[in-house]
Design a protein around this ligand. Sequence first.
Ligand code: XLS
Ligand code: NI
Ligand code: NI
Length: 443
Amino acid sequence: MAAKSYFPGISRISYEGAGSDNPLAFKYYDEKRIVGGKSLKDHLRFAVCYWHSFCGTGADPFGPGTLQHAWDAPSDPLEQAKCRIDAAFEFFSKLGVPYYCFHDRDLAPEGSSVGKSEENLQTLVAMAKERQEATGLRLLWGTANLFSHPRYMNGAATNPDFRVVAHAAAQVQAALDATVALGGTSYVFWGGREGYTTLLNTDMKRELEHLGRFLTMARDYGRKIGFRGDFLIEPKPMEPSKHQYDFDAATSIGFLRQHGLDKDFKLNIEANHATLASHTFGHELQVAADAGMLGSIDANRGDGQNGWDTDQFPTNLYDIVEALVVILGAGGFAHGGINFDAKVRRTSTDPEDLFIGHIGAMDAFAHGLEIAMALREKSPLGKIRTERYKSFDSGRGKDFEQGALTLRQLRDYAADLPPLTAVSGKQEWLENLVNQYLFRGGR
Ligand code: XLS
Ligand code: NI
Ligand code: NI
């Protein structure tokens, strides 16, 4: 008997080239295409997320789900999970991504006890392993959902009730076991409800110490069971908490250094979280890269007018190029990749819409990569930026950088200087250069 298909009528998405109008074909993402000595597949390391794609229903605060998923048909949650995994692997293979990501509860439902939840997860992990072997797909990262269950309403690792902290630990242990069993190259902590709403009931200092202790225990456990990948913090400033502890990249890096975790942890930067923090995606990536802590990205985009995490598929080439210039500058991804933490709109109710969303995003990143590479390698951008700092390359400027000057010596240097002449920042020219390479499509 042939296996049931959840996406009948859709076959393996193929590359048809820029001239194609077929919504179910790649226009730019030719996975084998070599750019800068590496295939697009190896540069971009695309991953599909399990939660939005296979658990999302389109529900919003004003109404229930609008998306009917054939895999949700069984009423038993464990049976549902088994159908879901078939749908997911069918989708991953037809789309042609090399990786996927999940939360423990996306893969398997919570059971009636800690032990039962662990059992459910083990059952689904065994199934995932079989499907990985059959398809060649791999796990980019795993994580634990420490925000949906009502017990986490006051936080998980930062919950004021120690019993809840212990529940969170049980989930993280099982999710780390699952990640290692499936060969995941990273493990993510997104602090969904690690934050607070009012200082009136919150001992912030104590909660943050608990978070540091918790992550240290998780790190130690992971290393003990043979996890050699990166632990990642995914910063987000708000939503669901009013004040989230992992506000942005800089805050998270400071926290990790304070707790001696910066050798094992890196960051997973999400585009829409950057914009919620009033930063650009590029800024957050650069902060992480400068600290040597750029691990992976959650690719999506927000809405220019909305102040929440709309998790739309990334299609804005300009933003993507800006991000990729930083990512390439950091040497690309080692253990991380590009995970589409994005969902179709609740009005996009055809099963093919999930393909179309991913295809457009993958095309935008593939095309963006060539443009970013050309900007780095062929355009004068890099040289202009280096030149801007040339007064620090020799003489007193160099002495300053090397810590060889006192404040008084600096004062004396200023006193002897002739009147300063203005040096232009050339922003308009630089912006035009970006457009020029964009218009040329990386040529
Ligand atoms: C939510 C986060 C979440 C993480 C994984 O805003 O982006 O989806 O990526 O827990
Ligand atoms: Ni995310
Ligand atoms: Ni998000």
